[in-house]
Design a binder for this molecule. Sequence first.
Ligand code: SF4
Length: 67
Amino acid sequence: MSNFKLCKYTKTCPVFKGEVAINGTPLSIYRNVFCRRGDKGWNNCEQYLEFKVNSLSKNTSFNVKNR
Ligand code: SF4
């Protein structure tokens, strides 16, 4: 069994797909350090945190009642 844990956003992530430049870090290195590292890598990835926040805000509804 492998310790390899791939981020769940790889299919939609512009960073993983190489569509967005990363500050001088080669994409293959970035993927190994962040995308394939499990929670340790994902939680240090700004794009991951942005996906997570967006997902939480879509799934949260506020029920405001008039008083
Ligand atoms: S770890 Fe970050 S860069 Fe990698 S696929 Fe997930 S969101 Fe994209």
